[in-house]
Every structure is written in C-alpha cells, then in structure tokens.
Design a protein around this ligand. Sequence first.
Ligand code: MV4
Length: 447
Amino acid sequence: MFQKILIANRGEIAVRIIRACREMGILSVAVYSEADRDALHTQLADEAVCIGTAAPADSYLNMERILSAAIATKAQAIHPGFGFLSENEHFADMCVKCGIAFIGPSGELIGKMGNKSQARATMMEAKVPVVPGTKEPVFEAARGLEIADDMGYPVMIKASSGGGGKGMRIAKSREEFENHFQLAQQESVNAFGDNTMYIEKYIEKPRHIEIQILADRYGNTVWLGERDCSIQRRHQKMMEESPCVAIDDALRQRMGQTAVKAAKAVKYENAGTIEFLLDADKNFYFMEMNTRIQVEHPVTEMVTGIDLVKEQIRIAAGERLKINQEDIQLKGHAIECRINAENPEKNFMPCPGTIEELHFPGGNGVRIESALYNGYTIPACYDSMVAKVIVHGEDREDAIRKMRSALGEVVIDGITTNLDFQYEILSHPVFLSGEVNTHFIPDYFEK
Ligand code: MV4
C-alpha cells in the first residue's frame, strides 16, 4: 500500500480524499493555488504545496507543477478527484512515466472513452446497446444530412470530444440539420479543437441513469447499483438518487450486467461509471463512460456501504477486489443535494463571498461533504458547488422527508445559495411521484 498520496484537487472532494487516506493510515499531500491558501483541504492535509496562481491553468491544471510537488514530497500516487486533470490522458501517462501511480484507469483508456464516437463504436462491437446512430464519425454536414435523412428526425448531433452538453444540438427536421451541424461542429472546434461529430436518434424525455462499477487489474469487475441523475439544469446535475424508482429488479440486473460487460470489453480498471439513457418504454442505451470518481458517488456509498474512494486507492495499489457481486446488497434509498453558491433568482449566477454563519445538520443517515467553515471566503475562480447534503432513508419517502428536514436546518449566511430551490424540488408533486426525466427542471422551474 502507498505511504503517501498527493491530491490534485481542491474543495470538498479533496477533503473527502484526505479523510479516506487518513483512515487508511496514508499520509496526504495537498496542492493549492494562491487563492486557496486558507482553503480547508490546504489545512487538513499532512503537507501542502503551493503550485501557482488562482487561474486553474496555472495551478490545478498545471501537470508539471503537480508532478514536481509529488516528486518533492515523495508521494507514491496521485488522486485526481473529478474535473481538472481527472480525465486527462496525458496527465495519467505522465504520472506513470514519473513512477507515480495515477489513481484511475490508464491514459490509454481515458483517451479511448473520452473519444465519444470511438467509445460508441467500441460498445457496439461489445454488443452493448447504444443509442441508434452512426458507428463511424461524421466530419461533413452533407454526409450527416444523408445519415439523418435515413434515421428520421429528430436527431442529436454530438461532438466526439464533447460532454456536458457542449457541441451538442438537436435537429428537429431536415431543414434545420445543416445549420445545427455547423453550429455544433464550430462549438466543438472552439472548445476542443476537434471537428469529429456523431449522430444519434433523439430520445424524447429520457432519464439519465448511471451504473457505478469497480474493477481491479485482475479482471474482477462488480456493479454497485444505479443513480438517477435526471434532475439537472443546463447539464449541471443538482440532485441524484439511488435506487431509481422506475427500475425494477429485473431491469436493474440487466443494466448492471451490461455495465460490467462494457467495462470488461475495454479491460477497465478502477472506479468508473457507465451512463445510460432510459427511455419512456424502459429501453436503455449506453451514452458515455466516465473514467473518474463522480460528484454523486456518496449516494452509491450510502446504499451499498462501500467506500468508493478507499476502493480506488486499493485498486491502484494493485490489490484484488475483496467484494464479490453477491456481497453487494442495495439497502434503503439515498439522495444527494448539491449546494451551490449561486442565485436561482438571477439565472443561477454564481455568488461567492464570505461565510458569516455556518451550521450543518447531522443525525441518523445524514452526511455532509463540504470544504466550508465559518469565516471562509469562497474564491470566485472555481466551481460554485460548496457542499453536498446526502441522506439515507428506509425508502424514497423516508429519504425525501430526511432531506427536507436536513436542508431546513442548514444555515449558510453571507452568500446566496440554491438551498430554497432544492427544497422546492423536494416538495414538487411530480418529483414526489417519481415521474422525473431530464426535462424536469426546464419544464417546471424555468417556464
Ligand atoms: C441525448 C439526449 C437525447 N437523445 N442523446 C446531454 C448531455 C450529454 N451527455 C448527452 N445529453 C443528452 N443526450 C440522445 N440521443 C438527451 C440528452 C440530454 C440530457 C441527458 C442527460 C441528462 C440531462 C440531459 C438534458 C438534456 C439533454
């Protein structure tokens, strides 16, 4: 096992990883930008190294500085968290070249799954159901139009390097197609320097369902239930839950086994997530694979009792998975609410500032992941997510009641947050009925 791990991240996820290290008897090294001198992760780690100025490109995205910090502190592994360098294939490769373990899959695999049209083709070969669409990438609008005409409208035009909705457009008709293709492709070229596109049939009102998997380097792969992440706004998830009310046990088994098949097809190692779209008729389709630990991993931890970050570390250290599929029992219902420093009344504009008064709830089945403390000033240059409230109840109704009780107790004075907005979602009759899809927030809160 590693004696020392460097955490190449900030905020609540850096704190989450530091705690896992400490519980495992592993020393932690934080890296921080000049804007994060007073940040909780900087204070909580066993050592901390300043790696640059506030701008991410100069610090949390600066591979050379992070690797220098790891070498200087003799860290044997780097945990990238999520965002920043977590899905950067060159960084994963550079770690290995420096003799440092990257806590995640190989650079080659990150690249293979990061290229979405290649990932689609790989999954088609592996007989994993994918959204109906092209196997070959598309570079020209004229060729795309032929494909879309054959497929029938509406279609989804997507950037191969995309994700998070960037470089993505719906074409509702033949008339719209060429224009929307050009717009999506231009966006992709600007954002990723890549003009590779692919085309899928548009799935109406899907749920976003993802399956968590864990895989060791010896080919042992398990799935750990699903997460329903349909409550999103502009491709930013706001609330996640496990299990999904629309999935019965037979469907859960099929989706889980499909996710394991997908992971095994690419010899996946470490923690990963297979994203599916689940349509109104309960057909599911592979959409993307995320090769990192995700923001919403705690809901899976609550229903399985498995610490995913510790498992990531053990896998990267070359240990065998101790968990068999039969050991994984899903118990109860978990919900996560992301608390963001933003103003829902002003188009969710970020609202950083200084915390003047802070109180978090506790109690049976209530978990808080946050890097806030009293008097802390949230820097303006990073993500607006400042806390996650996670609850675990006996069933969905119990979890919803627990979340409403927990959110009602939260005090975060000095900044504006989305707490009241989250509370409104938890009171909405459609949410309570469980009949949600990815249009829930735009349909009921942005009219
Ligand atoms: C889709 C889709 C419908 N049909 N693809 C959004 C982000 C990117 N990862 C893929 N996304 C979608 N792809 C087809 N063929 C609908 C979405 C989508 C969505 C997906 C998950 C969660 C929220 C969403 C909100 C709008 C659109």
